[in-house]
Design a protein around this ligand. Sequence first.
Ligand code: DGL
Length: 259
Amino acid sequence: MQDANSFVGVFDSGLGGISVLKSLVSELPHEQFSFFGDSLNSPYGDREPDDIVALSRAIVERQLDAGAKAVVIACNTATAAAAATLRNEYPNVPIIGVEPALKPAVQAFPQGRILVMATAATLALEKYQRLEEHWSGQAEVIPVACVGLVDLIERGDVESHEIRELIERHVGTYRDTVDAVVLGCTHYPFVRKVIRDVVGDVPFFDGGAGTARQLRTVLTARGLLAPQEAMGGVRFSSSKPGEEELTLYRRFYDINLET
Ligand code: DGL
């Protein structure tokens, strides 16, 4: 039986999910969030689906054992690979995932050209394939697997020459030719400025705000929202040992993603 006073578990393959965490805190400031980054096993985006399911399952199990009242999979890759399986395995636990924000992008730009940046695994999985199939009649959807990008961001790099070059290599060819960009990996909002420099000054869409609203809806429906007088908060942990990693997570949590 879940308890409204308990915390919400949030996880990602690494520190990318902190971009979602920021949306969660802003939508639900009275909640306690326990964020886990699996940076030791990152990136998930180059792994096989079974492997991603096993890693995600182990994290969810641990968060539930620790008393989480709900779990947010703050990772497009883990959501695409594992959310359905985990919901089957834990039918009584609210498990909220994140998916590439193709719907709001297409709705904002009907018949437009929409660039979707995500990991190779996300784009190859059926969940994304269905999403693209659904929306591609209403816009031109251009998926690009940005291999290597998560590795650089995991090092704490958000604006080096190397990262600029990598982004240029992946999406430079679309400069000034797309109407919107969907950031389909939760790491990418941290390098949005560089992506904008490369692709052009167009609207960006990510799944953070939608996921936060969905969490609010689900907690409300189950009577699990923290009381209004509760002091919310955030706690960080990582599979990568050492205080240095947690310092990096806190630094990313302090990055302003609104600009
Ligand atoms: N941040 C994750 C996502 O949203 C995955 C990054 C990775 O480990 O490849 O897809």
